[in-house]
Design a protein. Structure first.
Length: 188
């Protein structure tokens, strides 16, 4: 079970990355997010001159469960905030969900919006933002009722998903339908 009190745990290390190396790493990771992901990624300080750096992410075309009109529904755009401190990457980022959600592993924004995922629990120096965001996509489609946060909404979601499997619609990446070449009746 994820703890409802979100604690930042620093890895055992002697000192943080030098500021210029930290900025270079963050720039590379943010560029990788822009290149590899379909989502909007916006940085609070493009120069990365002050920490903490706030990265606002809009997960686009990403199905995730919400509770609406006394039933489960699917939302396709999710906003979250990733907070990077000067101790990154030795210290995992702080992640806060910003939009409505019904998920055992993500607190509703009114409860703090914290995210419970093994990706954060196992965060280390080699972890990256792009990999983490892809992991969030997978987690949205696969709620884990066996490891909920302790908030009321997460507990309710865990109870629901223990007996009801969430099957989000498949989102196709193709916007252009396939072209049919030839006639099915043509035998020549």
């Amino acid at each position: 079970m994820c703890s409802s009190s979100y604690q930042i745990q620093k890895a055992d290390r002697s000192m943080p990355l030098p500021p210029e190396i930290l900025r270079a790493r963050l720039r590379n990771e943010i560029q990788a997010c822009h290149r590899q992901l379909k989502h909007h990624v916006q940085v609070s300080d493009a120069e990365l001159s002050r920490f903490p750096v706030i990265i606002n992410v809009a997960l686009l075309r990403t199905p995730g469960p919400v509770w609406a009109d006394d039933r489960i529904a699917t939302r396709y755009v999710h906003n979250l905030r990733i907070i990077i401190t000067e101790d990154y990457p030795y210290e995992k980022p702080i992640v806060k969900w910003q939009t409505p959600i019904f998920h055992p592993n993500i607190m509703e924004p009114k409860d703090g919006g914290y995210v419970c995922t093994k990706l954060l629990e196992k965060w280390d120096f080699r972890s990256t933002l792009a990999t983490f965001i892809v992991g969030l996509e997978v987690m949205l489609a696969n709620p884990n009722p066996d490891s909920p946060f302790g908030s009321d909404s997460c507990t309710r979601a865990a109870e629901y998903f223990r007996t009801n499997h969430y099957r989000p619609p498949i989102i196709s990446g193709n916007k252009i339908p396939p072209k049919i070449v030839g006639d099915v009746n043509d035998r020549s």
